[in-house]
Ligand binder design. Structure first.
Ligand code: ZN
Length: 421
């Protein structure tokens, strides 16, 4: 929405990925269903440079597809186009068509900041040292100057990079003309609530009007499969992160609507309940990104259609299996595939439409469901990209089954448990 001429991201927003630019309507229908249930969820279409490079698409195509869906379905509420995980070297291609920027500064984490700037930060923030009592966090944070020095040394450089990236976009698009997200999720170790507080103080110092922040949470957020980790620990940290954000907004004068963004948020069924409870309790907002889950629904739709559609779904699996190393490499940190659990090509060639769909569809209670097949195909979209028009034609042929699966997946397995329970 607009407020005093500036874009302000709504309380609940939902990031969706549409790799082959054919599902925007089916995705938007899921958002319409949740709105019809009385929960205002704002759609955001996101696509990273990595996805564009693998598919061979350009950033403009995301806006074109979204706007077509908006017109077709008469959506009159807000929507945004997120330049996901952009960096200084990739930002320029997104300047024209995006109005939401995810500044990925994970690679700058741990890179040393200037000694002087580090000292200036600590001197500016004596309040971070000692005991910090934050409403809704049981035990106060107890930190020494050395703790804060260590945390600042780890993150200050990343925040400065976010700042220069932000300023670059601001100079191109103008202040208030876009939503800013700072992402630190694609890194090795999770950020603790104390670290988040220090990061937010630094973001405020730099004057970055961040409306969402994507930390790395505890546990594994693998692509397309459920959360792996200690759910109770996640819940505790998530609630503390919410409390830290609420505190930092007032303390450091950050945007009032600043909220958490959960990356690789699709399919994390076991944490949706704790998330929903925490949001209900605190009144906090959330942004959830679910990029790759839609592409898997496309294959399910092809398989369910039988005939040539099923044949192509099998061909995609075969090719993915043949190129497993190459396909997994860019996603190595966010997948866990046990190759011994992958069926052979011969086995898959005998699968019925139902067997294929059951193996791939994320229904943990279905005995046929195979998380390894699912992860392999999740990273396997390059195979379909290589098929080019042949794949697109099949998507169009199988459109009823594909669209039905895309909408159902987003509404029944994502939006509903996240916002309705
Ligand atoms: Zn991410």
């Amino acid at each position: 929405m607009r407020s005093n001429g500036s874009l302000v991201l709504e309380k609940y927003s939902f990031g969706m990925g549409d790799r082959f630019a054919h599902q925007a309507s089916a995705q938007l229908r899921a958002c319409m269903q949740i709105v019809a249930k009385g929960v205002e969820v704002t759609p955001v279409w996101n696509k990273s440079h990595r996805e564009h490079a693998i598919v061979g698409s350009n950033p403009t195509s995301v806006r074109t597809a979204a706007e077509e869906a908006i017109r077709k379905l008469n959506w009159s509420r807000s929507f945004y186009i997120d330049a996901d995980h952009i960096r200084p070297e990739t930002v320029d291609a997104f300047v024209e068509s995006s109005d939401f920027y995810t500044l990925d500064v994970a690679d700058a984490i741990g890179q040393p900041a200037e000694e002087q700037e580090l000292k200036a930060f600590i001197d500016r923030h004596p309040e971070l040292v000692g005991t910090t009592s934050i409403p809704d966090i049981e035990s106060p944070f107890m930190t020494t100057r050395a703790d804060i020095e260590r945390i600042a040394a780890k993150y200050l450089n990343a925040v400065q990079e976010a700042s220069s990236l932000y300023r670059h976009i601001e100079s191109e698009k103008g202040k208030g003309k876009f939503i800013t997200e700072v992402s630190m999720d694609e890194t090795d170790s999770p950020q603790t609530p104390v670290e988040l507080l220090v990061i937010l103080a630094a973001i405020a110092d730099e004057g970055i009007p961040a409306q969402t922040i994507a930390p790395k949470f505890t546990g594994r957020f693998n692509k397309g499969v459920d959360y792996v980790g200690d759910i109770a620990q996640f819940e505790k940290e998530f609630n503390e992160d919410l409390a830290v954000i609420a505190y930092a907004i007032t303390k450091y004068d950050l945007p009032q609507n600043l909220k958490l963004s959960i990356h690789s948020g699709s399919d994390k069924f076991s944490i949706y309940e704790p998330i929903r409870k925490a949001l209900a309790q605190t009144g906090a907002g959330i942004h959830v990104k679910t990029a790759g889950t839609t592409w898997l629904e496309e294959i399910i739709g092809l398989a369910e259609s039988g005939g040539a559609g099923l044949q192509m779904a099998k061909e995609i699996y075969d090719e993915a299996l043949d190129h497993i190393d190459e396909l997994c490499a860019p996603y190595a940190t966010v997948i866990d595939i046990d190759r011994s659990k992958l069926p052979t090509k011969a086995e898959v060639s005998n699968w019925s439409a139902e067997q294929y769909a059951d193996s791939l569809r994320h229904n943990p209670r279905c005995p046929e469901y195979n998380a390894h097949v699912r992860q392999l195909l999740h990273v396997g979209y390059k195979v379909a990209a290589k098929m080019g028009q042949r794949y697109i034609d099949m998507l169009e042929t199988c459109e009823p089954a594909v669209a039905r699966n895309v909408t159902e997946n987003l509404f029944d397995r994502h939006l509903k448990p996240l916002f309705l329970g």
